[in-house]
Design a protein around this ligand. Structure first.
Ligand SMILES: [Zn+2]
Length: 258
Protein backbone atom coordinates (compact mmCIF):
# COMPACT_ATOMS: atom_id res chain seq x y z
CA UNK A 1 0.00 0.00 0.00
CA UNK A 2 1.53 3.38 -0.98
CA UNK A 3 1.88 6.18 1.49
CA UNK A 4 -0.87 8.14 -0.16
CA UNK A 5 -3.15 5.16 0.02
CA UNK A 6 -2.44 4.47 3.66
CA UNK A 7 -2.95 8.17 4.40
CA UNK A 8 -6.26 8.02 2.57
CA UNK A 9 -7.38 4.95 4.47
CA UNK A 10 -6.23 6.41 7.76
CA UNK A 11 -8.16 9.61 7.08
CA UNK A 12 -11.20 7.73 5.92
CA UNK A 13 -11.05 5.38 8.86
CA UNK A 14 -10.81 8.31 11.27
CA UNK A 15 -13.66 10.07 9.56
CA UNK A 16 -15.92 7.03 9.59
CA UNK A 17 -15.04 6.21 13.18
CA UNK A 18 -16.02 9.75 14.03
CA UNK A 19 -19.35 9.36 12.28
CA UNK A 20 -19.96 6.16 14.18
CA UNK A 21 -19.07 7.84 17.46
CA UNK A 22 -21.47 10.65 16.63
CA UNK A 23 -24.14 8.07 15.84
CA UNK A 24 -23.50 6.30 19.13
CA UNK A 25 -23.55 9.61 21.04
CA UNK A 26 -26.80 10.69 19.44
CA UNK A 27 -28.26 7.23 20.03
CA UNK A 28 -27.41 7.49 23.69
CA UNK A 29 -28.92 10.95 23.85
CA UNK A 30 -32.09 9.71 22.19
CA UNK A 31 -32.36 6.47 24.08
CA UNK A 32 -31.50 7.04 27.73
CA UNK A 33 -34.65 7.82 29.73
CA UNK A 34 -33.75 10.72 31.97
CA UNK A 35 -36.81 12.12 33.66
CA UNK A 36 -40.33 11.72 34.93
CA UNK A 37 -41.51 13.38 31.71
CA UNK A 38 -40.26 10.37 29.79
CA UNK A 39 -42.02 8.03 32.22
CA UNK A 40 -45.27 9.92 31.66
CA UNK A 41 -44.66 9.86 27.94
CA UNK A 42 -44.10 6.09 28.01
CA UNK A 43 -47.49 5.62 29.68
CA UNK A 44 -49.11 7.16 26.61
CA UNK A 45 -47.35 4.63 24.37
CA UNK A 46 -48.26 0.97 23.76
CA UNK A 47 -46.79 -1.30 26.46
CA UNK A 48 -43.67 -3.28 25.53
CA UNK A 49 -44.67 -6.61 23.99
CA UNK A 50 -43.07 -9.28 21.86
CA UNK A 51 -44.11 -10.05 18.30
CA UNK A 52 -43.86 -13.62 17.09
CA UNK A 53 -40.50 -14.27 15.44
CA UNK A 54 -40.60 -13.91 11.63
CA UNK A 55 -40.57 -17.40 10.03
CA UNK A 56 -37.35 -16.71 8.11
CA UNK A 57 -35.51 -15.88 11.36
CA UNK A 58 -37.04 -18.70 13.37
CA UNK A 59 -35.57 -21.10 10.78
CA UNK A 60 -32.09 -19.65 11.31
CA UNK A 61 -29.90 -21.96 13.42
CA UNK A 62 -26.15 -22.22 13.43
CA UNK A 63 -24.57 -25.60 14.08
CA UNK A 64 -21.80 -24.11 16.15
CA UNK A 65 -22.68 -20.66 17.43
CA UNK A 66 -20.27 -17.98 16.16
CA UNK A 67 -21.50 -15.32 18.56
CA UNK A 68 -23.36 -12.03 18.27
CA UNK A 69 -23.05 -8.38 19.28
CA UNK A 70 -26.51 -7.95 20.75
CA UNK A 71 -24.96 -6.12 23.74
CA UNK A 72 -24.05 -3.28 21.32
CA UNK A 73 -27.66 -2.75 20.20
CA UNK A 74 -29.45 0.34 21.49
CA UNK A 75 -33.08 0.58 22.45
CA UNK A 76 -35.16 3.66 21.80
CA UNK A 77 -37.98 4.96 23.97
CA UNK A 78 -40.18 2.78 21.80
CA UNK A 79 -38.11 -0.33 22.44
CA UNK A 80 -36.18 -2.21 19.78
CA UNK A 81 -36.70 -1.07 16.19
CA UNK A 82 -38.56 -4.16 15.05
CA UNK A 83 -40.75 -4.61 11.97
CA UNK A 84 -43.89 -6.66 12.41
CA UNK A 85 -45.68 -6.38 9.04
CA UNK A 86 -44.11 -8.41 6.26
CA UNK A 87 -42.97 -8.04 3.59
CA UNK A 88 -41.28 -4.79 4.63
CA UNK A 89 -42.04 -2.17 1.98
CA UNK A 90 -38.99 -0.55 0.40
CA UNK A 91 -38.81 2.40 -1.94
CA UNK A 92 -35.57 3.22 -3.73
CA UNK A 93 -34.61 6.05 -6.04
CA UNK A 94 -34.44 5.03 -9.69
CA UNK A 95 -33.52 7.02 -12.83
CA UNK A 96 -36.58 8.39 -14.64
CA UNK A 97 -35.39 6.74 -17.87
CA UNK A 98 -33.08 3.81 -17.03
CA UNK A 99 -32.55 2.91 -20.72
CA UNK A 100 -31.02 6.25 -21.56
CA UNK A 101 -27.32 5.88 -22.40
CA UNK A 102 -25.75 8.92 -20.73
CA UNK A 103 -22.90 8.45 -18.25
CA UNK A 104 -24.97 9.86 -15.40
CA UNK A 105 -27.81 7.37 -16.02
CA UNK A 106 -25.26 4.54 -16.27
CA UNK A 107 -23.86 5.54 -12.86
CA UNK A 108 -27.38 5.79 -11.44
CA UNK A 109 -28.17 2.27 -12.77
CA UNK A 110 -25.00 0.94 -11.11
CA UNK A 111 -26.12 2.51 -7.83
CA UNK A 112 -29.56 0.85 -8.21
CA UNK A 113 -27.96 -2.55 -8.99
CA UNK A 114 -25.82 -2.39 -5.85
CA UNK A 115 -28.80 -1.44 -3.68
CA UNK A 116 -30.88 -4.28 -5.19
CA UNK A 117 -28.07 -6.73 -4.39
CA UNK A 118 -27.99 -5.56 -0.76
CA UNK A 119 -31.79 -5.92 -0.52
CA UNK A 120 -31.52 -9.45 -1.99
CA UNK A 121 -28.88 -10.37 0.59
CA UNK A 122 -31.09 -9.32 3.56
CA UNK A 123 -34.23 -10.66 1.92
CA UNK A 124 -33.09 -14.17 2.88
CA UNK A 125 -33.64 -13.27 6.53
CA UNK A 126 -36.49 -10.74 6.51
CA UNK A 127 -38.88 -10.52 3.55
CA UNK A 128 -38.94 -7.20 1.69
CA UNK A 129 -40.75 -5.91 -1.37
CA UNK A 130 -40.27 -2.83 -3.50
CA UNK A 131 -43.08 -0.27 -3.73
CA UNK A 132 -43.49 2.46 -6.34
CA UNK A 133 -44.30 5.38 -4.01
CA UNK A 134 -42.14 6.65 -1.13
CA UNK A 135 -45.13 7.59 1.03
CA UNK A 136 -46.28 3.95 1.22
CA UNK A 137 -42.79 2.65 2.10
CA UNK A 138 -41.42 1.52 5.46
CA UNK A 139 -37.82 2.07 4.33
CA UNK A 140 -36.86 4.75 1.82
CA UNK A 141 -33.44 4.54 0.17
CA UNK A 142 -32.35 7.83 -1.36
CA UNK A 143 -29.46 8.46 -3.73
CA UNK A 144 -28.17 11.53 -1.96
CA UNK A 145 -25.29 12.78 0.13
CA UNK A 146 -26.23 12.62 3.80
CA UNK A 147 -26.27 16.04 5.47
CA UNK A 148 -23.11 17.18 7.23
CA UNK A 149 -24.05 17.15 10.87
CA UNK A 150 -22.10 19.30 13.31
CA UNK A 151 -21.63 18.00 16.81
CA UNK A 152 -19.88 19.15 19.95
CA UNK A 153 -16.71 17.36 21.03
CA UNK A 154 -17.58 16.09 24.52
CA UNK A 155 -14.00 16.65 25.76
CA UNK A 156 -13.07 20.01 24.28
CA UNK A 157 -16.55 21.53 23.91
CA UNK A 158 -15.57 22.60 20.37
CA UNK A 159 -17.76 22.17 17.33
CA UNK A 160 -16.79 19.30 15.08
CA UNK A 161 -17.64 19.31 11.41
CA UNK A 162 -17.27 15.93 9.74
CA UNK A 163 -15.69 16.15 6.29
CA UNK A 164 -18.14 13.92 4.48
CA UNK A 165 -20.59 11.17 5.13
CA UNK A 166 -21.12 8.44 2.61
CA UNK A 167 -24.27 6.95 4.13
CA UNK A 168 -26.73 7.49 6.94
CA UNK A 169 -29.91 5.95 8.36
CA UNK A 170 -32.53 7.81 10.40
CA UNK A 171 -35.82 6.77 11.90
CA UNK A 172 -39.06 8.46 12.84
CA UNK A 173 -42.22 7.28 14.58
CA UNK A 174 -45.84 7.81 13.58
CA UNK A 175 -49.28 6.68 14.67
CA UNK A 176 -51.76 5.09 12.29
CA UNK A 177 -55.09 3.48 13.27
CA UNK A 178 -54.18 3.93 16.96
CA UNK A 179 -50.99 1.92 16.51
CA UNK A 180 -47.37 3.01 16.79
CA UNK A 181 -45.11 2.48 13.77
CA UNK A 182 -41.72 3.56 12.53
CA UNK A 183 -40.26 4.57 9.21
CA UNK A 184 -36.62 4.53 8.14
CA UNK A 185 -34.78 6.71 5.68
CA UNK A 186 -31.40 5.69 4.27
CA UNK A 187 -29.25 8.08 2.27
CA UNK A 188 -26.40 6.65 0.23
CA UNK A 189 -24.04 8.93 -1.64
CA UNK A 190 -24.06 8.86 -5.45
CA UNK A 191 -20.30 9.45 -5.43
CA UNK A 192 -19.23 6.04 -4.10
CA UNK A 193 -17.69 3.21 -6.13
CA UNK A 194 -19.82 0.11 -6.84
CA UNK A 195 -18.31 -1.98 -4.07
CA UNK A 196 -18.66 0.83 -1.53
CA UNK A 197 -22.32 1.37 -2.49
CA UNK A 198 -22.97 -2.32 -1.93
CA UNK A 199 -21.22 -2.42 1.44
CA UNK A 200 -22.81 0.86 2.58
CA UNK A 201 -26.26 -0.41 1.53
CA UNK A 202 -25.73 -3.73 3.33
CA UNK A 203 -24.59 -1.91 6.48
CA UNK A 204 -27.35 0.72 6.46
CA UNK A 205 -30.06 -1.83 5.65
CA UNK A 206 -28.88 -3.78 8.70
CA UNK A 207 -29.57 -0.66 10.79
CA UNK A 208 -32.94 -0.12 9.08
CA UNK A 209 -33.97 -3.73 9.76
CA UNK A 210 -33.32 -3.33 13.48
CA UNK A 211 -29.58 -3.72 14.17
CA UNK A 212 -29.33 -0.28 15.80
CA UNK A 213 -25.71 -0.48 16.87
CA UNK A 214 -22.36 -1.66 15.59
CA UNK A 215 -20.21 -4.75 15.64
CA UNK A 216 -16.62 -4.56 16.85
CA UNK A 217 -15.54 -7.32 14.43
CA UNK A 218 -14.24 -6.46 10.96
CA UNK A 219 -15.90 -9.53 9.46
CA UNK A 220 -19.47 -8.35 10.20
CA UNK A 221 -21.52 -6.19 7.82
CA UNK A 222 -22.37 -3.94 10.77
CA UNK A 223 -18.71 -3.29 11.71
CA UNK A 224 -18.47 0.32 12.87
CA UNK A 225 -16.01 1.43 10.22
CA UNK A 226 -15.40 0.93 6.53
CA UNK A 227 -12.79 -1.69 5.66
CA UNK A 228 -10.77 -2.40 2.50
CA UNK A 229 -12.60 -5.70 1.81
CA UNK A 230 -16.25 -5.14 2.75
CA UNK A 231 -17.68 -8.20 4.48
CA UNK A 232 -20.86 -10.01 3.46
CA UNK A 233 -23.68 -10.50 5.94
CA UNK A 234 -22.15 -12.76 8.60
CA UNK A 235 -23.68 -15.42 10.83
CA UNK A 236 -23.00 -13.04 13.74
CA UNK A 237 -25.06 -10.34 11.97
CA UNK A 238 -27.99 -12.76 11.70
CA UNK A 239 -27.56 -14.07 15.25
CA UNK A 240 -27.78 -10.44 16.40
CA UNK A 241 -30.78 -9.67 14.18
CA UNK A 242 -32.59 -12.74 15.52
CA UNK A 243 -31.93 -11.69 19.13
CA UNK A 244 -33.29 -8.21 18.35
CA UNK A 245 -36.50 -9.76 16.99
CA UNK A 246 -36.88 -11.82 20.17
CA UNK A 247 -37.14 -8.60 22.22
CA UNK A 248 -40.27 -6.66 23.19
CA UNK A 249 -41.12 -3.39 21.46
CA UNK A 250 -43.86 -0.76 21.46
CA UNK A 251 -43.82 -0.69 17.65
CA UNK A 252 -46.69 -2.32 15.81
CA UNK A 253 -48.87 -2.39 18.96
CA UNK A 254 -52.03 -0.45 19.85
CA UNK A 255 -51.94 2.67 21.99
CA UNK A 256 -53.37 2.20 25.49
CA UNK A 257 -56.99 3.26 26.04
CA UNK A 258 -56.90 6.76 27.50
ZN1 LIG B 1 -23.50 2.20 11.07
Amino acid sequence: MSKNHSKFFKKKHLNLSLICLILIASLLYLTIPSSAIQDDFKKSLPPLQKHSLPVSLSKWHEQSYSGDYFNQIKQTLDGYLIWSNFPIKIYLDRPSNPNESSASTRRFNQWVNAIEKAIDDWNNYLPMTEVAQPDTADIIIKRANPPLGTTVDPETGKLQIPRARSAQTRYEFYIKNERLFHKMQIQISPGLGDLSILSAARHELGHALGIWGHSLEKTDALYFSQVANPPKISARDINTLKKVYEQPTRLGWSLPNQ
